[in-house]
Write a protein that binds this ligand. Sequence first.
Ligand code: ASP
Length: 335
Amino acid sequence: MINVQRSLSVIEPVLIVHGGAGTVSEDRIPGKLRGVTLAAKVGYQVLARNGSVLEAVEQAVRIMEADRFFNAGYGSVLNIVGDVEMDASIMDGATKATGCLSGVRDLLHPISLARAIMERSGHNFLIGDGLHSFALDQGFQFLDPPGQLVTQYAKDVLDEWKASDQTDRSGEGGTVGAVAIDADGNIAAATSTGGVTGKRVGRVGDTPIIGSGTYADNRLGGISLTGDGDIIMKVCIAYDVLRTAELTGRDLQPVADELLDAMNASLGGTAGLVAVDSAGNVAVAHNSKHMSWAYQRGDTVAYGASKEDFNMQPATDSQFISLAEDRIFEVKSAH
Ligand code: ASP
């Protein structure tokens, strides 16, 4: 659907984000669009100031983790006992360094902890008590009192889910992700989520699993997934999209569309993704009704919330930033 191929030999930096695949009520779509456009602009600013792609995707994700309109950080969906338990991952395409975590609570910015795991833990993936003590050692502060990431909206959604037949796994979605490429061809990807409403305590989704929820390789591209993680992780879509495009010599966009359809045909489930190839071409694909997304390249921000939706505006247009600021969660000295 979206085809923005670049023919230039010089790579133009781009920062693309998604705000989750699902079915979003009309009244919440403007909030999602404000959040993704703000995140794309903030992430792109990092690139424009010669910051690294890792810093760019981390900062873009942090914007959405702090925004109640997304299922990540503040505003995360609730597990079956009404708590927020979050998963996140980040990957550096230059080195294939990865940082992944699962089941973290009371931390506003899991993506920053994922990056610390990648850079300073000596491992790829931490969980449980070890994750908690690593975070404390690194100076991360957990919210005290606990439970501050729980919103009334998330409580209402959990109540509705409990009152339903509990078979609908898609919901509104709201997982967040970002992928960036700089002028030197460095690529990074990051994804952060509260998972799915009503999940069991301890459930792990696709988001923190490298190759399923997130992947980055300067040669192949970068990608961030969202959707039914219990299905996505069975088909390792993140890696499969990038690798299939490489093997077939096709563009990411048709490959992504086809693999999402193939997943749905064989296993069910809806999902979405944003991706960037090694030349800086972007792909936006989803088989859910909605997925908010935005990217900035040069002075232009493109964004949308459904397949038919493709908008562009000058990045200097301030309307989204001013509207988004009042929704950012304020935490004293939050990491
Ligand atoms: N993929 C996430 C999970 O399964 C949820 C989502 O993207 O909506 O945890």
